[in-house]
Design a protein around this ligand. Structure first.
Ligand code: ADP
Ligand code: MG
Length: 560
């Protein structure tokens, strides 16, 4: 058996040897076993079912959600002399009929089928009338209802086991948390199948996460400095941002194309084809782009919005450097990302358990962003794999300093507390920072916030530093985005411990940028007087006294 698998690898596919677990997986399936295969993108999952399909008698049926790529996959196999075909909604009935007849005549080694097509009576009857060597369920994480690629049709695939109990089945995915893995095994009735888990480490990818300020300019500077003429992918959260960013890059001399689900399918297909065939194209896309796209020389993947989960981030960044050459994963993230995503979770449809799960996914992503240790180590730890510090990511190359942000946190939490308790008011990040920095804006005057004891007690930190503090408080759920509000901030149960001085907070210190002049809005700069640090200290002392008084009158321990 082994020799014929190796011969097939060499003679049909033209490769010398197997990689990683390929040999073990192939042997296992050739002998009729089921398997769950977890390998990062580009790891070589396809051969794990293609070779057994060639070695075993009958046709290998591959279930894949990637209709747009089936033609390419089949063409590539035909070129190698493998008898392959596909059935999906993009072809006319005559072509389908020819494929069906070829299958029945035993003339196909591999048949690719879209899951919704497979589950039709016609297709199930067809398959029952022919000989099947194996079922390969590609992109098997699509069965996970919690994942970002959930396809309801995948849930129907457990029927394969019932109808064809003797045909080996492989589920393959690049998504590897234990939770997802368990879910795949359970939903596809693969409980007894061994799991083949490859290393998820991608040593040639340099992970970097920077603080966002003017993100398009930062992106442009990054591309111009490090990736002139390179092929790359830029991920954005919304369609509008995709369009704007692609336009912006084009205006600045970078060849960029948009891709999102709102585009006309023909335009989308054309853009994808250009990206695959031409050199040095930058695809600006939503996460709708990328699954199954096999372009080896993508030199960078940039995120200009915060991904919703570490799994998503890993998948998307994994599209860089599939040729093993150095590649960059670059993410810019800031305060507004955290506010926006917490808000989206609050507003999302679904029950509390669902929201909690989304919240936990976001927390893990934020933990990766705010970590002061090796990014790659942290990323792999999420997939329960252990490595030493990588020496190649931004935190390894330039270890961030940590600083004691307890007092700063107390100041901002007190401001939130007082605005709400005393005045029934809630505000967003910008206004809070103005209060702390003692900036007499129109809004401050309108609400008479300059009469508050917290006014100006944070003049010792720059606006950027305050944004960092707020972001990290939100990241750690020490502040929450209000449920009803428009990104307004509220205390959480955990805030208390900080206010009471029971908890010390160490924050990442961002390199200080030159403080930019505030966007002028009527109030002239002369009025933008910053309170002196000495005076700020006085105010803070005042606040401390006030706080004890309030505490005494409410019979609770003193905050701050
Ligand atoms: P995945 O589906 O895991 O993302 P693919 O199956 O598309 O990965 O394989 C990625 C690339 O690696 C392909 O170009 C494939 O031909 C190549 N490859 C896979 N296995 C081997 C091998 N044993 N030797 C050399 N190249 C391989
Ligand atoms: Mg694949």
């Amino acid at each position: 058996m082994n020799t014929s698998s190796l011969e097939t690898l060499q003679q049909v596919f033209g490769y010398d040897s197997f990689r990683g677990d390929q040999q073990a997986i192939i042997d296992h399936v050739v002998q009729g076993g089921d398997a769950l295969v977890l390998m990062p993108t580009g790891g070589g999952k396809s051969l794990c079912y293609q070779i057994p399909a060639l070695v075993r008698p009958g046709t290998g049926v591959v279930i894949s959600p990637l209709i747009a790529l089936m033609q390419d996959q089949v063409d590539a196999l035909l070129e190698l002399g493998v008898r392959a075909a596909f059935l999906n909604s993009s072809q006319d009935w005559r072509t389908s009929r020819d494929v069906e007849q070829a299958f029945l005549a035993g003339e196909l080694d591999l048949l690719y089928v879209a899951p919704e097509r497979l589950l039709t009576d016609r297709c199930l009857d067809l398959l029952s009338s022919g000989r099947i060597s194996l079922f390969a369920i590609d992109e098997a994480h699509c069965v996970s209802q919690w994942g970002h690629d959930f396809r309801p049709e995948y849930l129907g695939l457990s029927l394969l086991h019932e109808r064809w109990p003797d045909v080996p089945r492989l589920a393959l995915t690049a998504t590897a948390t234990t939770v997802t893995r368990r879910e795949i095994a359970q939903r596809l009735a693969l409980d007894d199948a061994p799991h083949f888990v490859a290393s998820f480490d991608r040593p040639n990818i340099r992970y970097r996460i920077i603080e966002k300020n003017e993100v398009r300019r930062q992106l442009l500077a990054f591309i111009q400095a490090e990736h002139k003429g390179d092929c790359g992918i830029v991920y954005c959260l919304s369609r509008a941002r995709v369009e704007e960013t692609a336009d912006f890059l084009c205006q600045n001399g970078i060849e960029a194309l948009p891709y999102h689900a709102g585009l006309n399918p023909a335009v989308r297909a054309a853009n994808q084809a250009r990206f695959l065939r031409e050199e040095g194209m930058v695809m600006v896309a939503t996460i709708a782009f990328g699954m199954g796209v096999n372009k080896p020389d993508v030199r960078f993947v940039a995120h200009i919005d915060l991904p919703k989960s570490v799994e998503g981030y890993y998948q998307e960044t994994g599209r860089a450097g599939r040729d093993g050459q150095p590649a960059n994963a670059w993410l810019a993230y800031g305060l507004q990302d955290v506010v926006q995503q917490r808000r989206m979770i609050n507003e999302s449809a679904g029950d509390d358990a669902f929201r909690r799960r989304l919240g936990a996914q976001l927390d893990a992503m934020l933990g990766l962003c705010e970590t002061v240790t090796c990014r790659r180590q942290r990323l792999l730890a999420y997939f329960e794999q252990t490595i030493g510090p990588c020496g190649n990511c931004d935190t390894c190359l330039e270890p961030p300093q940590a600083w004691d942000g307890t007092v700063a946190a107390q100041k901002i939490l007190s401001a939130v507390y007082r605005l709400w308790r005393e005045r029934g008011q809630r505000f967003g990040a910008g206004h809070l920072i103005d209060i702390l920095r003692g900036k007499p804006t129109d809004r401050i005057q309108q609400y008479q916030h300059e009469t508050m004891t917290v006014f100006g007690i944070g003049a010792d930190l720059s606006e950027q530093a305050w944004r960092g503090v707020l972001r990290q408080l939100l990241a750690q759920s020490l502040l929450a985005v209000d449920h009803e509000g428009y990104g307004t901030l509220a205390l959480t149960d955990a805030s208390r411990a900080v206010l009471k001085g029971e908890r010390t907070l160490m924050f990442r210190r961002e390199p200080e940028k030159k403080v930019r002049s505030p966007r002028s809005t009527g109030t002239a700069k002369s009025k933008d007087a910053i309170v002196l640090p000495g005076e700020a200290q006085q105010r803070f002392e005042h606040l401390r006294t006030w706080r004890s008084e309030v505490a005494r009158s409410h019979g609770v321990p003193a905050y701050v």
